[in-house]
Write a protein that binds this ligand. Structure first.
Ligand code: PAN
Ligand code: ZN
Length: 186
């Protein structure tokens, strides 16, 4: 592979890149309020929750993979739009997130059970240490756009994240947000 440079646009897209689009109908089970999911699907048809532009980097040892993610603003019931979230298959691999636009939170958890929440917003850098599963939430009113870079052979394990959850849910409340511990739904 030869060195190269590429454009990261104002809108947060990378070219060339493969694009993954996550619609509500495909990721409906990540949200707590299934009645709200049904209501949206019924009234709007479907909804684009987020998209990921993944640079074309070989998934091989030594390479550094990177992407941009755009999470569109919105809620499902009271819960803010968010990514599916995952652990890396190779658990001992970390990741760096760099906020390009908007306001968000990064939810992190370890399989042992502890969880953390850190801000991710324009101009901020968040570090995902090895062994921490991670999910991103848009708590603002504009798209949350961030750049991420990770060891290209890390792999993505969505199943464990789905089974364990992230310990907290991020809900709209008044003019801000509130964190609800999972399992404490009213
Ligand atoms: C990111 C994420 C991206 C989308 O590039 O893959 O934000 O989130 P999900 O993969 O959980 O749908 C990353 O963490 N890569 O390792
Ligand atoms: Zn990751």
């Amino acid at each position: 592979m030869k060195p190269f440079a590429q454009i990261l646009t104002e809108q947060g897209t990378l070219q060339p890149a493969s694009v993954l689009r996550r619609y509500l109908s495909q990721i409906r089970h990540i949200f707590a309020n299934q009645r709200a999911v049904e209501a949206i699907l019924k009234s709007e048809g479907d909804r684009l929750v987020y998209e990921v532009y993944v640079a074309e980097i070989p998934e091989a040892e030594g390479h550094v993979a990177y992407s941009t993610t755009i999470i569109y603003p919105g809620q499902v019931g009271d819960e803010y739009h968010m990514t599916k979230g995952h652990f890396h298959v190779r658990r001992g691999t970390g990741e760096v997130y760099f906020g390009l636009r908007g306001r968000g939170l990064l939810l992190l958890r370890r399989e042992e059970g502890d969880s953390e929440v850190v801000p991710l917003e324009e101009g901020s850098v968040a570090y995902v240490p090895p062994f921490w599963g991670h999910r991103t939430v848009n708590i603002g009113q504009e798209p949350l756009i961030f750049f991420a870079a990770w060891p290209a052979d890390a792999g993505h394990d969505y199943e464990t994240a789905e089974r364990l959850g992230f310990g907290v849910r991020v809900l709209h409340a008044g003019r801000g947000y509130r964190l609800e511990r999972e399992g404490e739904e009213p």
